[in-house]
Ligand binder design. Structure first.
Ligand code: FE2
Length: 243
């Protein structure tokens, strides 16, 4: 079990500048949508799963809150990217792929004003991979902050369970877990975190997720489960397909 010592830098959301910054970031995420895909719904789902993963890993209440907030904001950088490229319904060119790989750092710049080092590094590092083959820094194993590893697993799981403009067929929960397990076995994702995914998703889907009381003005939303997504079919997904 990985032990996290210390408390994360507190975020005060009852009132004050951090609440205003968070409201602006959420508005930016909500603006990032097409007729068939909403970044906000994806972000809510990643946040809920990240929080439950943090709980399943035995992290403190404060760190669970940071996991939720990191999941909520992980892709905020996409809101500042070219939407035509982001939602392109087909393969990306090498240049387009490189361009979209800037979104973690763009997002990290956007959350800087929130003054939370934990959220900042989670946003910046959520596409790092356990074997060092991720981006933007090529960090590996425990060089990758644990909240970034948690959000990374939650992001891949939720992306697999969603249809996207460039990949209209979603995986079932079982298919998504099987693919995540394969990625863990291949050393791409943290196997310890992936091993808690089933429990995390099961506890997440028991009902509305009441996150942190002080955030309730923003987050009293029921996180939609991945059930009932229509036509199911086995989907194969390479890591590069998760944008
Ligand atoms: Fe991302």
């Amino acid at each position: 079990m990985e032990i996290l010592t210390g408390r994360p830098t507190p975020i005060v959301l009852r009132s004050g500048p951090q609440r205003i910054v968070l409201g602006e970031l959420i508005q930016a995420i909500r603006s990032c949508r097409t007729e068939t895909y909403e970044l906000w719904k994806h972000s809510l789902a990643v946040a809920a799963t990240a929080r439950q993963l943090a709980a399943a890993l035995g992290l403190s209440r404060e760190h669970r809150r940071m996991a939720y907030l990191s999941g909520l904001l992980h892709d905020v950088g996409k809101s500042a990217m070219c939407h035509a490229t982001l939602f392109k319904p087909g393969p990306l060119s090498p240049d387009e792929r490189l361009y979209l790989r800037e979104h973690p750092q763009v997002g990290a710049d956007m959350v800087e004003e929130l003054r939370s080092p934990e959220v900042h590094e989670a946003v910046n590092c959520h596409h790092e991979l356990f074997d060092g083959s991720g981006y933007p820094f090529g960090l590996k194993e425990r060089q990758i902050p644990i909240l970034a590893r948690i959000v990374g697993v939650a992001d891949y799981y939720e992306a697999l369970c969603e249809s996207r403009p460039y990949r209209p067929i979603a995986c079932t929960h079982e298919e998504a877990v099987a693919i995540i397990d394969c990625l863990a076995e291949a050393g791409k994702l943290d196997a310890n975190i992936c091993g808690r995914l089933e429990d995390a998703v099961a506890s997440r889907s028991q009902g509305p997720v009441k996150m942190f009381e002080r955030f309730s003005v923003f987050f009293e939303l029921t996180v939609s489960s991945s059930e009932g997504a229509g036509t199911r079919a086995r989907a194969t997904l390479s890591l590069s397909e998760v944008r």
